[in-house]
Every structure is written in structure tokens, then in C-alpha cells.
Design a protein. Structure first.
Length: 254
């Protein structure tokens, strides 16, 4: 791989990590970039190599968030464990469902997220806890399980969906929701990445610049989100949801 291509791959990883660490949606940048920069890869190699970098980058973002944002363990731990389990279940269902049906499901979810966010002007700008402490743990299990299942079944937009779910279901603000979703997303990604890596699909020569770029982007993006706060995250969230709508809608029309 030439130095120029190595650098472009790293820059794509940086941009994806930057966006993903704020509100998810890094795949909107990284997937088209990888397909254009490395057309010789098959789809499983592309997914496995991307997921290697996003797994480490999201871990950096989660570490950075939890250094500055206080979130109760009763929310983080149940959501993480539930996401890990249900992501593996979702993968099994994905093998048996028509891809076009999955695309329609993604499009429908994204449209609903966009409409709800626009109509709820105060969504995620301040905490509005909806359950007593013990019930919050069970709500976190439900959110982690649903988003983990979605991750295994469909994939694109999982991080964005998690942010929305923790805001709308549990009542966290956008900043805390981003913090929890990072650790939960790592758990949801871990099982599928392990299977792909053990099967030899990770192209490590490409993964190295992606990892470096994604980790740097995740660090910068999470710091930016912490500094700018909930209104900034809400704006980025809505932009990513609309971009997902456009991307999936275009794919269905082709």
C-alpha cells in the first residue's frame, strides 16, 4: 500500500471516529471511503477491518466520556450485558431475512427518529428521568437488548439509535446518553467482530491506519461533545439521522 493510500485510509478512520464518538454514524463516512479506496476487498473483509478500528475507537470515546460524565452503574452495566447477548441473537436472524426488508426497516426507523426529534424541541437537552432507580436497571436491559439485537440484525445506525433510546426511554440528556451508548456499542460490536477476526477476515495492513485514525478521531470528537454539550449533540444527531435516511433511501432506489 502506497504512503498516500495509507494516509487517506487513516484520514477516513479519523473522520469516522470523530462523528461516531459524538452521536454514532461513523459508517456513513467509513464504508463509502473503504469501498472507494480499497475496491479489492470483499464485503466481509471490509466489515471486519472497519469494525476493528471502530471497536478500539469507540473504547477510547467511552473512556473519555466516563472520565468527565457521571452515569450510574445500574444503567451502564445492564445495558452493556444485554447488548452483548442480544447482538449475537440478532446476527442469527440476519442470516434468514431478505436484505431489502432490512433496508426498509432501517429507513423506517430513521424517518421516525428524525420526525420525533424535530417535534420534541426539548428532547435530550436536560435529564427527565422516567423511572425509579430499580426500574431504571430493567429499562437499561430493554434498551441494551433492543439496540444490541438491531446491531446484529441490521447494523447501520446502531450508535445513533442507542443515543436516541437512552434519551427517550430512560430520560438521560444527550451527553450522558452518548457516554452510555459508547460502552454499550462496544459490547454489541465485540461478539460479531470476534467471529469475523477468528475467521481471518481482518486485513491488518489496512486496519492499522484505520485504528490510529479512528482512535484519534474518537478522542477529539468525545472531547468536543463534552465541551459543547447537549444542544451541539442534538444538532449532530439530527444531521446524522437525516444522512442515514438519504443513504438508505438512495440504496433502495438503485
Amino acid at each position: 500500500m502506497s504512503p498516500e493510500l495509507w494516509l487517506l485510509t487513516g484520514l477516513a478512520g479519523f473522520a469516522a471516529g470523530l462523528l461516531d464518538s459524538i452521536v454514532g454514524g461513523g459508517g456513513l463516512i467509513l464504508t463509502p471511503a473503504m469501498l472507494n479506496l480499497h475496491p479489492g476487498l470483499n464485503i466481509l473483509q471490509t466489515i471486519a477491518t472497519q469494525r476493528t478500528s471502530s471497536l478500539l475507537g469507540t473504547s477510547v470515546a467511552a473512556w473519555n466520556y466516563f472520565r468527565h460524565v457521571s452515569v450510574e452503574r445500574r444503567i451502564v452495566v445492564p445495558a452493556l450485558v444485554s447488548a452483548l447477548a442480544f447482538s449475537a441473537i440478532g446476527v442469527q436472524f440476519a442470516k434468514r431475512i431478505d436484505p431489502d426488508v432490512l433496508k426498509m426497516a432501517v429507513l423506517s426507523v430513521c424517518v421516525l427518529l428524525a420526525v420525533y426529534t424535530v417535534l420534541r424541541k426539548d428532547l435530550g437537552l436536560r435529564e427527565q428521568r422516567r423511572y425509579p432507580p430499580r426500574a431504571e436497571a430493567w429499562a437499561a436491559v430493554a434498551v441494551g437488548g433492543a439496540c444490541g439485537f438491531y446491531n446484529g440484525l441490521i447494523g447501520p445506525g446502531t450508535g445513533t439509535l442507542m443515543v436516541f433510546a437512552f434519551v427517550s426511554v430512560i430520560g438521560l440528556d444527550f451527553l450522558k446518553s452518548s457516554a452510555v451508548s459508547k460502552s454499550t456499542n462496544v459490547a454489541a460490536d465485540l461478539s460479531s467482530w470476534t467471529v469475523l477476526a477468528l475467521s481471518g477476515y481482518v486485513v491488518w495492513l489496512l486496519a492499522i491506519p484505520l485504528i490510529i485514525g479512528n482512535m484519534l478521531g474518537s478522542y477529539v470528537g468525545s472531547k468536543l461533545a463534552i465541551r459543547q454539550g447537549d444542544r451541539f449533540i442534538r444538532f449532530v444527531f439530527l444531521a446524522v439521522v437525516l444522512a442515514l435516511v438519504a443513504r438508505v433511501g438512495w440504496g433502495l432506489l438503485q
